[in-house]
Design a protein around this ligand. Structure first.
Ligand code: ADP
Ligand code: MG
Length: 357
């Protein structure tokens, strides 16, 4: 039996805006999403902000009803049998809420174990196991208010696992977590999947998806644009080379000149302080060094490196094709985060408070 089946899921939000005469506005957040996840699989939903990842997860974990379409978790329909679904799932949202700051980690877990109906005789052992899994053994008597973002996130995962769910939903688990903690977090998630839990993870960090996921669905504008193993997604840009050019202040005009160079397939930029990395995807073997640099005439250039395409390049190509081919709103977040998450990353305003159902 499949762990998760999503079949033509759609969700439209209706909201009222404007004053004094309010207007109804409809947002088609998810526009027909279909995928399956096998038991024990670590499946990633990868996409820019506003792509519909959180909305998809909330339909699967019974927090939101689909506008149309169906979904099942281990055979239980999310709309018709939400109680059975909830028994099989746990979920963790990125962000800060959902834990009691004034309590220790241990007391938080005791409290939620009680709330989730973990039998009293199992609680102690289960909590010890989970503290160990998430690497918080030895710190469990400290108050959560003194915890770092990464430690909190790992405690959230422990909380989400108390009732031994078969499926864990992790929505942007590493948002706002420092790079070292994010690496620990990835290890925790990998261990979990190795132990047999099915994990559905959303992220907009490419490296995280590449390292962790068995399969990835790239979602943009409420639709799945590509689905496959990280390797198969990368092979979509296997006929390309990438030039990474360190630049200082290359504006849109200069980038457009690069886009028009024959043989150039895509251009993206990532800013890091004063330095930009301009990544230029070209046809394989096209040797476009000279014409590309000529197109950047007037821009100060640093190092230029030629490399093989990465998952991020595949992702950029997929999202660019998707937004070019539909009238779907363009993703607002530049899809260029190979960087580990930084602590300045704002958390999404649509994030729920993570308090368990
Ligand atoms: N409660 C809501 N009311 C209205 N629009 C919403 C609501 N939640 C999300 N949206 C909109 O739906 C779209 C998808 O959002 P979301 O599922 O949160 O995307 P993601 O998690 O990929 O960033 C966005 O355009 C977002 O603004
Ligand atoms: Mg989200």
């Amino acid at each position: 039996m499949l762990a998760i089946e999503a079949d033509a899921l759609r969700r439209t939000y209706t909201s009222r805006t404007g004053w004094p005469r309010s207007r109804r506005t409809e947002t088609e957040a998810v526009r027909g999403v279909t995928f399956e996840v096998a038991p024990g699989e670590l499946f990633g939903l990868l996409g820019p902000n506003g792509a519909g990842k959180t909305t998809t997860i909330k339909m699967l974990n019974t927090l939101l009803l689909p506008t149309s379409g169906t979904a099942r978790v281990f055979g239980h329909d999310v709309a018709r049998d939400p109680v059975a679904v909830r028994r099989r799932i746990g979920y963790v949202f990125g962000g800060d809420r959902g834990l009691y700051d004034r309590l220790s980690a241990l007391d938080n877990l005791r409290y939620f174990a009680e709330l989730y109906g973990v039998p009293a005789r199992d609680q102690k052992r289960r909590i010890a196991e989970l503290l160990d899994l998430v690497g918080l053994t030895g710190r469990e008597r400290e108050r959560v208010e003194g915890y770092s973002r990464g430690m909190r996130q790992r405690l959230h995962i422990a909380r989400g696992l108390l009732h031994r769910p078969d499926v864990l939903f992790l929505d942007e688990p590493s948002i706002g977590v420092d790079p070292v903690a994010a690496r620990d977090l990835r290890r925790t998630v990998a261990d979990l999947a190795a132990a047999g839990t099915t994990v559905l993870l959303t992220t907009h960090y490419m490296a995280e998806a590449d390292e962790l996921c068995d399969r990835i669905a790239v979602i943009a504008g409420g639709r799945i644009r590509a689905l496959g193993t990280p390797e198969s997604l990368k092979s979509r840009v296997g006929d390309r080379d990438v030039l990474d050019i360190e630049a200082y202040g290359a504006g849109e005009e200069a980038l457009d000149r690069v886009r028009r160079v024959p043989g150039v397939r895509g251009v993206s930029t990532e800013d890091r302080g004063a330095v930009q990395t301009v990544s230029v995807q070209t046809d394989r073997g096209a040797e476009l060094h000279a014409p590309v640099l000529a197109a950047l005439d007037g821009v100060r250039i640093g190092r230029v490196v030629s490399r093989e395409p990465s998952l991020e390049d595949a992702y950029i190509a997929i999202v660019e094709e998707a937004t070019a081919s539909t009238e779907a709103p363009a993703p607002t977040e530049p899809p260029s985060s190979t960087e580990p998450p930084s602590s300045t990353e704002p958390s999404s305003s649509t994030e729920p408070d993570g308090v368990p159902a």
